[in-house]
Design a protein around this ligand. Structure first.
Ligand code: UD1
Ligand code: CA
Length: 453
């Protein structure tokens, strides 16, 4: 494989009407990552590779942004009219014309495709094939292009709309991934016409043209699970199941203990240290890292969080984006955290909200504590010092700082900073102002008005 340059063109201009969604089809997630990102992550990468994504009109912003987020080197092209897969490829003509050694065409709606399959597709090109098609045996071939193989040689692909009664029985189908020898690719694709029942430019007609030119077209096979195309929400759910099964197996193979793996949902980017335990019924969203020896107890929900070694989470905990737990930290039941750094040995065992906060090592936060981070206008931060003790049912009204070793008595409402090693008890500010609620609503309405001038 070494030394051959490769351009991958990902077709993502489809309307995706059958998803019945305002979100472009390829931006729907599977295991916390968009369909497009899955395909781009599997596509050839590194020196000598380049990537182009063909997007539909009106989707430029969102889809192209996602492409560049995953692959900053991605070129994007708009297919202004949706005239078929060959027409879509030619939208990227500018990227194809310089002639990489290999040209790979992939669909943006097949998220289960693997990097290994991309590599397998390119290999026959090096042995002289002009075109390689990825095939699979479909349990129900309806709707797929059928591979016509004659005497062991691929001679044509027949689209569903053009198929004869006899060909209808063929189960070997076109998965959609194709690899062309870059030297002849453009000439071949430009020859494709639209004289068919749909008046579309079918990329699959490339096979017939390759044969007529006396060149070689060949098939590489794979399993159906890898090439499931997503057109509907039901297919999205099926792909999620296949992906979850893969991720669970990979986690188990990496040494994660799961007694009910079928009830645990992982994200494509979840990373685990050694001897991690995940109990049944845990949902892990994108951006979660779990260090050695950590335990995630049942019914916990984690997103964009980092869990330190030997930390314990849950049962029934919700870790929102920006949570970081130090070594041996403990988050108990009905605790919610957000944008919160909890240093080593911190304990938050029950019924607590910790948001926009930093909690020093070994601090103990009692049941029912709330960091009141939002005053209706702004978010403010709470700092809790090392070894501090926050008594149950306390409200820490941010911005506020609780010193190292400070002690807050149960039921306190803390509105002023508490110095190191000090004791704070009761309501530190108690006033009642008539008409305040009305004024608050007026101020809020004013704050919402767009700024002028
Ligand atoms: C296509 C194949 C079929 C194959 C099947 C596998 C063709 C003509 N047919 O059929 O042989 O069995 O996929 O799933 O290639 N797209 C564009 N612009 C267009 C048309 C399509 O970007 O003008 C993109 C779509 O977004 C999608 C991909 O190309 O990612 C495939 O298009 P789709 O209409 O889904 O093709 P199928 O009819 O499924
Ligand atoms: Ca399709």
């Amino acid at each position: 494989m070494t030394g051959r340059s490769c351009l991958t063109v990902v077709l993502a201009a489809g309307e995706g009407t059958r998803m019945r969604s305002a979100l472009p089809k390829v931006l729907h997630p599977v295991a916390g990552r968009t369909l497009l990102a899955h395909v781009l992550a599997a596509a050839p990468a590194g020196p000598g590779t380049s990537l182009a994504v063909v997007v539909g009109p009106g989707q430029e912003a969102a889809v192209a942004d996602e492409a560049r987020r995953v692959r900053p080197d991605a070129m994007t092209f708009v297919q202004n009219e949706r005239l078929g897969t060959a027409h879509a490829v030619l939208a990227a003509r500018e990227a194809i014309a310089p002639g990489a050694d290999d040209l790979v065409i992939a669909f943006g709606d097949t998220p289960l495709i693997s990097a290994d399959t991309f590599a397998r597709m390119r290999a026959p090109l090096h042995a002289g094939a002009s075109l390689v098609v990825l095939g699979f045996h479909a349990a129900d071939p309806t709707g797929y292009g059928r591979l016509i193989v004659d005497d062991g040689r691929l001679t044509a692909i027949r689209e569903q709309a053009e198929i004869s009664a006899e060909e209808r029985r063929i189960t070997l189908c076109n998965a959609g991934l194709m690899a062309f020898d870059g030297r002849t690719a453009l000439q071949i694709i430009e020859k494709i016409g639209n004289a068919n029942s749909k008046g579309e430019y079918y990329l699959t007609d490339a096979v017939g043209i390759v044969r007529e030119s006396g060149l070689k077209a060949t098939v590489i096979e794979t399993g159906e699970d890898e090439v499931r195309g997503i057109n509907t929400k039901a297919q999205l759910a099926e792909a999620e199941q296949v992906m979850q099964a893969r991720l669970r197996k990979a986690a188990l193979d990496a040494g994660v203990t799961m007694t009910g793996p079928e009830t645990v949902f992982l994200a494509a980017d979840t990373s685990f240290g050694k001897d991690v335990t995940i109990e049944p019924y845990v949902v892990i969203g994108p951006g979660v890292t779990i260090a050695d020896g950590a335990v995630i107890h049942s019914f916990s929900h984690l997103i964009q969080s980092s869990i330190g070694s030997k930390a314990q989470v849950g049962p029934y905990a919700r870790l929102r984006p920006g949570t970081s737990l130090g070594e041996g930290a403990k988050i108990g039941n009905f605790v919610e955290t957000k944008a919160a750094v909890l240093e080593a040995g911190v304990k938050v065992n029950h019924l607590t909200y910790v948001g926009d906060a930093h909690v020093g090592a070994r601090a103990n936060i009692g049941a029912g504590t709330v960091t009141c981070n939002y005053d209706g206008f702004n978010k403010s931060r709470t700092e809790i010092g090392e070894g501090a003790f926050i008594g149950s049912n306390s409200s820490l009204v941010a911005p506020v700082k609780i010193g190292n070793g400070a002690y807050v008595g149960a039921g306190s409402v803390v509105t002023r900073n508490v110095p190191d090693d000090a004791l704070a008890v009761g309501r530190s500010q108690q006033t009642a102002r008539e008409g305040w609620a009305k004024r608050f609503r007026e101020m809020k309405a004013l704050a919402r008005k767009p700024k002028t001038g």
